[in-house]
Design a binder for this molecule. Sequence first.
Ligand SMILES: [Zn+2]
Length: 460
Amino acid sequence: MKISFLGAADGVTGSRHFIDTGSQKLLLDCGLFQGWKLHRERNWQPPGPLLQADAVVLSHAHLDHSGWLPALVARGWRGPIYASPATCELAAVLLLDSAHLQEEDARRANRYGTSRHDKALPLYTRADALRAIAQFVPVAPGRVQRLGGAGAATFKLTPVGHLLGACAVTLSSGGQNIVFSGDIGRQHDLLMPAPQTPDLAEAADALIIESTYGNRSHPGDDPAEALAEIVRRAAARGGSVLMPAFAVGRAQALLLVLQRLKRSGAIPSSLPIYLDSPMAEQATELYLRHGALLRVTQRERAALCDGLRQVSTVAQSTRLSAKLAGRGFPALVISASGMATGGRVLHHLKAMAPDPRHAIVMAGFQAGGTRGARLVAGEREVKIHGEWVPVRAEVVQLQGFSGHADAGELIDWARRLRQPPRQTFVVHGEADAADTLRTRIQRELGWAVRVPGYGETVSL
Ligand SMILES: [Zn+2]
């Protein structure tokens, strides 16, 4: 088999691994490039070999893994997209929202003339997303699925925590195996059970492992207590707390923690919680529907939305922004997107960032080049909708909410493979994270390991 590393090979976005088995061509993930402009421009490059894929196997629904599927479909690709049942449902929500944002961006670029082209076109449309969603085929984790007739490659999904439905993929063809980690979750996640390692009797010919936090250890302190302190501090100043959050996964984890803090009296139970993201609303329903996949009790799941103020319409969201910019009444606001790259949170950010009474809590990984990364780096001014906005609010990054395993957890996950893989490829990390994990795998596990370059092809 041959593996071509067509994304997430020099950064954390655009996860795409193209596998040529000799008789079949398969794509593991088909992610969107996000963050740095240099990376985002890759979204506009022609699909090249991707169009030849017989099938896509998707590790999980996050857009850096799934978000280019509508673009592939828009360019004429018609094949099955295999994923776990929960991933199929979550990806539908995420892809439609992504298409909406692409259309909005194009509209805005045309309105303000910020496009370098005569007329800005969206990368893909809602119609493209709907067509991609129709090509999804749900496959239960643990089941061996054949990708075609006799002699065709097979794959098996193994749950890895991280996000509802997220799985590692073990691809087998002609007696060779490739294990792809997808994104690995944490041992003690708020919502998801601990990640499992594929139970493979023989040595994998290749392990492709993510390294988002390959150079970091998550702090041991309780993220709930840290969040409680920020909320109490801001409320004492008469300020509100804005939590830009991924609508899927992070918003539900924050909601769970805030409800627990209110119940325990750690924060005032009178503080209103606003969930300003129609997608987060949909995702919350999905999380509750697949509640058996979570590590949250039935009782807590039932109370998750108690007293919650869902902000459904744009008009309601605009009113909330005006309120936040005005008297700064203490409120807790969860809104998307998580790295403040788009969505309704931008209006709240514009309203709240200039006021030192407020707090902005970034509860997760911020990819380089995003507005979120600039905020946590302490920049005192950020550009929103073409306007420079001063940042005087308290900005805090809470690592404890991360959905990604840290370096030690990644090593532990890999160590649980029954046999050392013949080759290990470290992907899905910024340069330093990938290289640090590579060194640790070499030193602590003694495995043959390297970091592949973007566009590189290796033969197994
Ligand atoms: Zn992910």
